[in-house]
Design a protein around this ligand. Structure first.
Ligand SMILES: [Zn+2]
Length: 128
């Protein structure tokens, strides 16, 4: 896949269908995620069973956040999305711009030898 592929719908009808499909898929995944939580807490489950179910829940959650259905930065589903090949995730174009702006601001401080606190250069550079 292209390094920075963007999905932006110009046709309003197609956009509405795509966003509704994202919403439907997100709801279905979250419903299964919650169902697995109930299954995990059922009587008679061994620690091994619980660990296996929890791993399945984690896989589901990770898959949803890597998909184009939801932005892992802001959890919006109704925005244009851009693929980040380094992170192997889709982010909305608003978050991409925020991460880019944040990077430029923090990098300028770093370049002057300043302290920027909790800041991942690799993460933020992947949005440039
Ligand atoms: Zn976002």
């Amino acid at each position: 896949m292209k390094d920075k592929k963007t999905i932006a719908y110009k046709n309003e009808r197609i956009k509405k269908i795509a966003f509704n499909l994202r919403k439907l898929l997100t709801k279905a995944v979250m419903r299964e995620w919650m169902r697995l939580s109930d299954v995990k807490d059922e009587k008679g489950k061994t620690q091994s069973d619980r660990t296996k179910i929890e791993n399945e829940r984690s896989d589901l959650y990770r898959a949803l956040h890597a998909s184009i259905c939801i932005c892992p930065g802001c959890h919006q589903i109704k925005r244009d999305m851009m693929y980040n090949a380094y992170l192997e995730e889709w982010y909305c174009t608003c978050c991409v711009q925020e991460y880019r702006d944040f990077y430029l601001k923090k990098k300028a401080v770093l370049d002057k030898g300043g302290f920027v606190g909790d800041f991942s250069v690799e993460f933020h550079e992947s949005f440039l």
